[in-house]
Structures are given as structure tokens and as C-alpha cells.
Design a binder for this molecule. Sequence first.
Ligand code: AMP
Length: 224
Amino acid sequence: MNLILLGGPGAGKGTQAKKLIDKFQIPQISTGDILRAAVKEGTEMGRKAKEFMDAGKLVPDEVVIGIIKDRLAQPDCKKGFILDGFPRTVPQAEALDKVLMGLGNKIDHVVSIDVDEEALVTRLTGRRTCKNAACGQMFHIKFTPSKKEGVCDKCGTELYQRDDDNEATVRNRLATYNQATAPLIGYYTAKGLVRPIAGVGSIDDIFNKIVGIVSGGHSCACGR
Ligand code: AMP
């Protein structure tokens, strides 16, 4: 099962990807997580990427395409993968098609999680994430607060707010999404792969909708 999760920043791609990993035992590939790890390690790629990330802009295509090419060639991707935050531009999607063709593989489903823009701003500015990369559990200060403020319920590690989750950067990220990423809906619709779902309701409701889609259940585009 090779799945792309599409949706604006804060639509819930990462949250859903984490639940899908547990259910299907396939890796989540998040270019955002890979780039943040490079920033933290202080690699040259990380230093270059940070400027774009802090401004809410996209890291150049050739950088993320290189990351994805290496990652998809790893043996754990053979039985499937969940792409979260990639592709984000049409040239990235075209490069992905080429990489997968070279590996004798293809995308099976593109789930587009739709959420209203103002709701995304509220979600992102209140988002807190576990500092332990192996856990990565996410919370929201209003909607899903941790039991103890600033501490992960799952592993007890400190929570942090991402540098790019401030309102000004969030607005830039949304503008970037509308301009560069939204055209991917058309790209994958033309291939008959897009399955839109409403990204509102409980995390479990949304998860069940995705599971229904990837398991070949209800097949119209009504969002159920
Ligand atoms: P995310 O964690 O997916 O919200 O990504 C955080 C930031 O990393 C984005 O705002 C971009 O600056 C950068 N980034 C992540 N994935 C990509 C991508 N596929 N193409 C370009 N930039 C990306």
C-alpha cells in the first residue's frame, strides 16, 4: 500500500500517518521530519533548509526529491509507505512518478484531507509536539492538551512548539500551500487517484475514513 496524504499544514497528515503506521506496519515518510532532523543535527542541508522553513517557504525541489529518492530505495519501503508532506509541488510529483517507476512501484491512493483555513491557523498555533523524535506525539493546548502541561503523556518527554507554528509563518505556509501544493489535487485527479475526505471530527473518525479508503471500501468522492 503506497499512500500519499495531501492537505494543508495542520490538516492532520502527521497525526493520521502515525496511526496508519501502527495499523499497517509500513513507514511514514515525512520530508518535514527529515528536514527538521537535519536542522537539529546542523548538517549543511539542514542549515540551508532552515531559512526556507522559518519563512514558511518550500525547500527547493532538488533537495527534497534527493531525500525521497534515497528514502524510497530503503528496504522497509518495499511493502508500502505513507508519504506525509511530499510531494508539495507538481515537479516533485513528476519526480516521484519517475523514482517509483525506476523501482517498479506506483502510488495506490492519494487521500486529500480538507480543512477550513482559519481552523488550520487555530490548530497549528496551538500545536505542541513531543521532543522525543521516536515518539513525536502531538497535542493541542485547547483541543487535546497533555495531562501535565508541557509533558508528553505517552513517553514523559518535554513538549515543544515548532519554530514555524507562529501565526505569521503559518499564514505564509498556507499561502504557499494554495499556490504550489493545491494544484496536485488536479494532477492526481487526472490519474484517478484522489479521494477527498473532510478533515473535521474526531481523529478516530478521520482515521476510519482513511482505513476504509485504503482497504477498498466506500468508493465515491463524497467525503464519507
Ligand atoms: P511539514 O512538517 O510537512 O509541515 O514541513 C515543514 C516545512 O518543511 C515546510 O514548511 C517546508 O519549508 C519544508 N518542507 C517539508 N516538506 C517539503 C517538501 N516536500 N517540499 C519543500 N519543502 C518541504
